[in-house]
Design a binder for this molecule. Structure first.
Ligand SMILES: Cc1ncc(C[n+]2csc(CCOP(=O)(O)OP(=O)(O)O)c2C)c(N)n1
Length: 369
């Protein structure tokens, strides 16, 4: 441990890696091998469409009063699907709250995500079975979890890795810096995958940092940093795969900045017209990640009406399952708040549990907890 790499060799290109052009043309690259055939690309298309359909359904359900809040990932499907595609099912994911696409690749039941946005007490507990930690609303706390999990796996001689998702806004939190510094020093197998979607609620990325890019911050930690076109699913996959392979082989962490755009407001509670400059949405709509992949698939005769319909049918079935699942969510006992926090509960827990129960009973009447 402790070998230092010359900073000059770590400085990332400011121009993001792009393999799939907005025109749909796909380039080979010696530096970023892709090993994806047409069937893989159709499968990635399917997961991106599934993500977009579920995302829209979540927003609709929120509008109908079924969910408390939703943070849409529309526009970020390529960054999420491509990066998650580079991982295997035993690798850990530590998401922020906008990572529906990564979860879809892992094959999670979307009803679990619906439960989270419905604000039932268990949040995204069920995702832990699939090695996805809770959707994290306190931004950047998940970065510390990622480094801790990664370091633990390294000490146990496991060769799984952690992909840590966070946003450009989260890079301003101390937790993100501590996590990246610690991971680099101890060569923890973590991929820090920042989706730079241009905005942290109403704060533009230009007001978030004076760095040339977010990827450039990697130089100071002594780890490789890469900027990638986050609307290019092939490049997102390729650069993440390279980082995953390095981490799995004991080469430590990587910082990836996926340059993308949040097409919806920050959440369903936000009014983006208050801060989004005129024309910005239209500019990014031209770079839509799904349209781009479709252009390519058409150009290699891997896409037609039948493919489109088959995928649309699967997406319709998945959204119907989500909608039905939302109705079936049982109310949860509020005292579950205390479960799964400590292996051995501290003595004041029983007292606090009883206090909460008494307060709820006083407000709602016995039995309505
Ligand atoms: C620790 C903490 N501080 C502040 C907030 C309030 N907050 C919620 S979302 C957000 C911006 C996050 O921006 P970014 O990380 O870029 O993610 P995005 O929402 O754009 O995906 C902030 C500051 C929070 N949730 N947690």
């Amino acid at each position: 441990m402790g070998t230092r790499t010359h900073p000059g060799s770590l400085i990332p290109d400011i121009e993001p890696v792009q393999l799939l052009e907005p025109s749909g043309e796909l380039h080979d690259s010696d530096q970023w091998p892709t090993d994806l055939d047409a069937a893989d690309l159709v499968a990635m298309y399917e997961h991106m469409v599934l993500t977009r359909a579920l995302d829209r359904e979540l927003v609709n359900l929120q509008r109908q009063g079924q969910l408390a809040l939703v943070a849409s990932c529309r526009g970020q499907e390529a960054a999420q699907v491509g990066s998650a595609w580079a991982c295997r099912d035993t690798d850990w994911m530590t998401p922020q709250y906008r990572e529906l696409g990564a979860a879809v690749v892992r094959g999670v039941d979307p009803v679990g995500i619906g439960r989270f946005w419905r604000s039932t007490w268990h949040g995204t507990n069920e995702l832990l079975k699939q090695r996805i930690t809770h959707f994290s609303v306190p931004i950047a706390t998940q970065c510390l979890h990622a480094t801790g999990i990664g370091l633990g796996m390294k000490l146990d001689d496991e060769d799984d890795v952690v992909i840590c998702y966070f946003g450009d806004g989260a890079t301003s939190e101390g937790d993100a810096h501590e996590a990246m510094n610690f991971a680099a020093v101890f060569e923890a197998p973590v991929i820090f995958f920042v989706q730079n979607n241009q905005w942290a609620i109403s704060v533009p990325v230009a007001e978030q940092t004076r760095s040339l890019s977010i990827a450039h911050k990697a130089v100071a930690y002594g780890m490789p940093g890469v900027r990638v076109d986050g609307n290019d699913v092939v490049a997102s996959y390729a650069v993440t795969r390279e980082a995953v392979e390095r981490a799995r082989a004991g080469g430590g962490p990587t910082l990836i900045e996926a340059v993308t755009y949040r097409m919806e407001p920050h959440t369903t509670s936000d009014d983006a017209t208050r801060y989004r400059p005129e024309g910005e949405l239209e500019h990014w709509a031209e770079l839509d990640p799904i349209d781009r992949l479709v252009k390519h698939l058409r150009s290699v005769d891997a896409f037609d009406d039948d493919v489109e319909k088959a995928v649309a049918d699967k997406a319709a079935a998945a959204t119907a399952h989500l909608r039905e699942g939302i109705w079936d969510i049982d109310p949860v006992d509020a005292s579950a708040l205390f479960d799964d926090v400590y292996a051995t509960e501290p003595p004041n827990y029983a007292e606090q549990r009883a206090q909460l129960a008494a307060e709820i009973d006083a407000r709602t009447g016995e039995g309505e907890r």
